[in-house]
Write a protein that binds this ligand. Structure first.
Ligand code: TRP
Length: 364
């Protein structure tokens, strides 16, 4: 069986370091590993509209931002198909049929949806489209017969729900759809990079994000004002690593080779942590070290973005071509689904002939 990747992001804002360590970086590695037969990367505008129905302009403006982030991180249209969800009508068509295979209570139990409903104060009035977006996400995945879905940990309930839909579909209509596997970050801190304020997650509304498109100055300012240990007032005070965002970021980004180059007094992160916990190591020094590492990682991305920003029409062309390729793949699956569900009347010559014979017999 061929190995196929599908994944994507909602275009509700520019992508940040959380997206980068949580999935983007890995995607580029998977793309370049040569292990996959096909890779589909989707800008999930239709899903973004499920809780932004009143603000289409926001989604429209952010499609190019996400595309720029993708390309500047190294997603390569020669190796990966980049496309826009709303342009693939088969996805809405599949969603409609999958709705018959999922109960309301199952949707209401989806932990990711539950959290998101709370976050958006949707408790008393949930848009139906929002509640059912896991079904549409199952359509996204299965339309491309994806075997592998690289996502952040928060998306695991979506993949589980998709697998259930696949099993139910195949049980009722015969083997048609492929059950996907989630691929989550290997490194636990990468699953959930906290915001610069130490809060659980980077989120635009909390204003605690470092964006891939931030300038070097913006990144430095954000890192130098990051949340550390509020009780670490004097350099000589012992410091705590617990909930200390600077050290969490170091866990995500730092490798031994960074010490050789940027902080040769220490051999590795354990030594640095030990010193911080004993006391005698100031936050500023650690933050400068983190800044050097993050800048090194972001610099090539920033440089590529600057070039790509001069090629906006070409990028739309990439998305348009990608959407055509994606559409053809989804259409193939759609015909198989229609045949399995017996809604392919006009393609079914045997059906028409059999009915013609039966009615002819009756009239004799
Ligand atoms: N729900 C994902 C997010 O919020 C975006 C998404 C939509 C997606 N469809 C998908 C991810 C299919 C993986 C597979 O980021």
């Amino acid at each position: 069986m061929s190995k196929i990747i599908l994944t994507g992001d909602r275009p509700t804002g520019k992508l940040h370091l959380g997206h980068y360590v949580g999935s983007l970086k890995r995607r580029v590695e998977l793309q370049n590993s040569g292990e996959y037969d096909k890779i589909f990367i989707m800008i999930a505008d239709a899903q973004a509209l499920t809780d932004n129905a009143d603000n289409p302009e926001k989604i429209r403006q952010n499609i190019i931002e996400v595309a720029l982030d993708y390309l500047s991180c190294g997603l390569d249209p020669a190796k990966s198909t980049l496309f826009i969800q709303s342009q693939i009508q088969e996805l809405t068509e599949l969603s409609f049929y999958y709705m018959n295979l999922v109960t309301l209570s199952r949707l209401e139990r989806n932990p990711t949806v539950k959290t998101e409903i709370k976050m958006r104060n949707f408790e008393t009035s949930i848009p139906v489209g929002f509640l059912t977006y896991p079904i549409s996400q199952a359509a996204d995945i299965t339309a491309f017969k994806a075997t592998t879905v690289p996502v952040g940990e928060d998306q695991l309930p979506m993949i589980e729900q998709c697998r259930e839909i696949v099993r139910r579909f195949n049980f009722i209509y015969g083997d048609t759809l492929v059950e996907p596997e989630a691929l989550i970050p290997q490194n636990e801190v990468c699953c959930r990079l906290p915001g610069t304020d130490g809060k659980a997650k980077m989120s635009k509304s909390l204003g605690n994000c470092i964006y891939l498109s931030d300038s070097a100055d913006e990144v430095r300012t954000k890192i130098m004002s990051m949340f550390t240990d509020p009780n670490h007032l004097k350099i000589t005070d012992p410091g705590s690593l617990e909930g200390n965002a600077v050290f969490t970021y170091l866990d995500a980004f730092c490798r031994d080779e960074h010490f050789e180059r940027f902080l040769p007094e220490y051999a590795n992160l354990d030594e640095l942590k030990g010193h911080y916990q004993r006391g005698g190591l100031g936050d500023v020094k650690v933050k400068k070290f983190l800044n050097a590492i993050v800048q090194e990682e972001l610099e090539p991305i920033r440089a590529r973005r600057k070039e790509l920003e001069k090629q906006i029409p070409e990028i739309y062309d990439i998305l348009k071509k990608g959407s055509e390729v994606a559409r053809a793949a989804a259409a193939d699956t759609m015909s198989e689904v229609k045949a399995a569900m017996k809604i392919n009347y006009f393609d079914d010559a045997a059906l028409i002939a059999e009915q013609a014979a039966r009615f002819a017999e009756k009239s004799e």
